[in-house]
Design a protein around this ligand. Structure first.
Ligand code: AHG
Ligand code: MN
Ligand code: MN
Length: 335
């Protein structure tokens, strides 16, 4: 086998100087995420063999049924990062409140907090469809050596230091940005090493894929449905767009990032803020989209400008190719 790509470790060392803050700590954090990913990847890959499929019988803080792999992924990321003293706090979609990691201890100088959706698209595990992990990193706003507070986690998406996702698909990829573009690494499972396979990822400015749970359309606002009709219509210049919706945000976003497209999870009559969580899903994906030349909005404003008020806050979410988001805004009357 001829591997000519750079490894994740080499990439991090080579680009340390480009990290805006304490590079050593961010390096440790990205390496820690890489390690946790490999553990979760093994679990996802053997799920059908060792009784990891199915529900635990518990309902999480989001009111959703927890899957066995949801809990394994949650524990793996929290354990890996807390044991290594890499971050001072973690907030997870699967945990009611944030976790402090020795943040009050004067000897622990860790400055970063991590927010995570440990397993995204968990309803797809049982049917062998791609799932993911989404993460978001901020610098704490409270002083080092004091306990982390909710303020450290309720920061605007624009203040993210880094964000990324892992897709456990036909191959496993880690895609992340530290604010200097987006890079994608593919895991070589035989060697357990990530290689830079997708340097400087750019989202095409236009696309012909739309991704939405169309079954909810009777509850969408008129502007969204008008835009969907536009997507489905041919004209002299083009065929109807392609509908592609896996039901794992990571997988739907990853495809649209590479091929060009738009992902939508609008609010509905009963759930004005839709389903997706601002801090664990929308902000990190929005950070990556904008770093790749795409866009992300709540239908009016950039996702990255929303001032969060609670950990598990939800928001309508639209992300994708910049010209497609602009067209959507025209239909919504928010251009
Ligand atoms: P999670 O598994 O972390 O709860 O996230 C599921 C999310 C997202 O990944 C996906 O795009 C969306 O839920 C699908 O929702 P619908 O089944 O309502 O379309
Ligand atoms: Mn999710
Ligand atoms: Mn999840």
């Amino acid at each position: 086998m001829n591997i000519k790509h750079q490894t994740l470790g080499e990439f991090i060392i080579e680009n340390q100087n480009a990290f805006s803050y304490s590079s050593g700590e961010l390096t440790k954090l990205l390496n820690g995420i890489g390690l946790a990913t490999k553990i979760v990847n093994q679990e996802v890959n053997k799920a059908g063999l060792v009784d990891l499929i199915g529900e635990v019988g518990e309902i999480n803080v989001q009111g959703e049924s927890q899957q066995k792999l949801d809990l394994i992924a949650n524990k793996t990321f929290i354990d890996t990062l807390s044991k290594r003293e890499i971050v001072c706090g973690i907030a997870s979609e699967e945990e009611e409140s944030f976790i402090s990691i020795n943040s009050q201890d004067k000897n622990h100088q860790n400055k970063y907090v991590l927010l995570i959706d440990p397993l995204d698209g968990s309803s797809n595990i049982d049917v062998n469809v791609s799932v993911g992990t989404i993460f978001s990193i901020y610098r704490r706003v409270t002083p080092v050596g004091t306990p982390v507070t909710i303020d450290d986690f309720l920061q605007k998406g624009r203040d993210q230091i880094a964000a990324g996702y892992i897709i456990y698909g036909s191959s496993t990829m880690l895609v992340f940005s530290t604010g200097h573009g987006v890079n994608g690494f593919t895991l070589n499972p035989g060697l357990g090493t990530f290689y830079l396979s997708h340097p400087n990822m750019r989202q095409p400015e236009d696309g012909s894929i739309y991704s939405v749970n169309d079954a909810n359309s009777e509850f969408f606002e008129q502007g969204v449905n008008d835009y969907l009709s536009y997507c489905k219509k041919s004209n002299g210049q083009r065929k109807p767009y392609k509908a592609r919706y896996v039901g794992s945000l990571v997988a739907d976003f990853h495809r649209n990032l590479i091929k060009g497209g738009i992902y939508m999870y609008p609010g509905t009559v009963s759930d004005k803020n839709g389903k997706l969580r601002l801090l664990y899903e929308c902000n990190p994906i929005a950070f990556l989209a904008t770093q790749a030349g795409g866009e992300a909005s709540d239908g009016k404003n950039s996702i990255l400008d929303i001032e969060p008020t609670e950990l598990h806050q939800r928001t309508p979410f639209y992300t994708g190719s910049i010209n497609m988001i602009e067209k959507l805004h025209e239909f919504l009357g928010t251009k």
